[in-house]
Design a binder for this molecule. Structure first.
Ligand code: ADE
Ligand code: ZN
Length: 347
């Protein structure tokens, strides 16, 4: 099973650049920028280990560590370094989230940040053969005006950013509808739309409904509390709406989170995919390791694990021809490993 999961061609749809900085990368960049904190990997690891539980505790370390990033070169190195890790995990396609406001609010220019990121993913594409598209996220705790300003700053780069997302927190008090006008303009400008609905935050189910019915999102990030509302489960399945699940594991967790919820949604015919979210900030790490941990906790077969990966490829924001090529790659891999496609698709 480990070998099967390791070799499987993979897609990541929920992956943050800012959560993919290794302690070594953070320390090297901090030193290069003459900072007086996070100059050793050990210091970064201590901060990771000491973070309080829950989303807001997680975000405290997440925000502090990304502040080391300042120059175009920093963003280039972070992106290219992440792509090399994806390659090791046989990830062939990734949608990569980034948080412009977290950087522009510190005085970094949008064009420096984006220039480094975009050059990093383009070089990775040419040299490592991984397709990476970029999703810029609204930080939901910031103002609507600030989100509009981000859209303005992104306008010159519109054709190099595939989607608009929404992340950070707290989520309660900052629901999807807060940004309905921002999303409406982004839709007019041709962006695909997605947004975070972290698990077990207050009113999560109501927020998912808002994102479906008011915002018209194309994907739902996390969103696993949908399982609490049978009508929502039916609606997600009917729309073939993909939830980008992230069954991450921290040192203190006995197993990856939300395995039962993912199984229930999968059994109900909802398109749910498995993603690493912030692979340097969780013990579950990168995608091969996460798949192994999920499989062990779920008891899923090779065919079941292939179905969850097929869900990710199904949810790509690409044309039919490109998608069919990815399906064929996965199907060929399954066939070569004796996995019947009818078991994968349950047809
Ligand atoms: N930023 C990075 N990961 C996040 C998550 N899971 N929720 C909100 N903001 C995030
Ligand atoms: Zn996330």
């Amino acid at each position: 099973m480990r070998v099967f999961l390791s070799g499987m061609p993979k897609a990541e749809l929920h992956l943050h650049l800012e959560g993919s900085l290794s302690p070594e990368t953070i320390a090297a960049i901090a030193k290069r920028n003459g900072l007086d904190y996070f100059t050793t990997a050990e210091e970064v690891e201590r901060s990771l280990a000491d973070r309080p539980p829950g989303l807001m505790g997680f975000l405290k370390h997440h925000f502090k560590s990304q502040e080391v990033m300042q120059s175009r070169q920093d963003f280039y190195d972070a992106t290219y370094g992440l792509a090399a890790k994806l390659k090791e995990n046989n990830v062939v396609y990734a949608d990569l989230f980034f948080d412009p406001q977290a950087h522009t609010s510190r005085g970094i220019s949008f064009s420096d940040m984006f220039g480094g990121l975009d050059a990093g993913r383009r070089d990775a594409e040419a040299e490592l053969g991984i397709e990476i598209n970029l999703i810029m996220c609204i930080q939901r705790e910031r103002s609507v005006d600030s989100a509009f300003e981000m859209l303005d700053q992104a306008a010159p780069f519109r054709d190099r950013i595939i989607g608009l997302g929404m992340d950070s927190g707290p989520e309660y008090g900052n629901p999807p509808v807060k940004f309905r006008q921002v999303y409406a303009r982004a839709r007019e400008e041709g962006y695909y739309l997605t947004g975070h609905h972290d698990v077990d935050v207050r009113d999560s189910v109501e927020h998912i409904w808002q994102s479906l019915e008011i915002i018209g999102m194309d994907r739902i990030d996390h969103g696993l509390n949908a399982v609490d509302d049978p009508r929502l489960v039916t609606e997600l399945a009917r729309r073939d709406m993909c939830l980008t699940g992230s069954p991450v594991k921290r040192t203190t967790d006995p197993a990856p989170q939300d395995v039962d919820r993912i199984k229930k949604l999968d059994e109900a015919g909802v398109c749910v995919s498995l993603n690493t979210d912030d692979p340097e900030e969780f013990e579950s790490g990168y995608l091969t390791n996460m798949l192994i941990l999920f499989q062990q906790a779920s008891g899923y077969s090779e065919a079941d694990m292939t179905r969850l990966m097929l869900n990710a490829f199904n949810a790509l924001w690409l044309g039919d021809v490109e998608k069919r090529a990815y399906f064929a790659q996965l199907r060929e891999y399954a066939g070569a490993n004796g996995v019947a496609w009818a078991d994968v698709t349950r047809q």
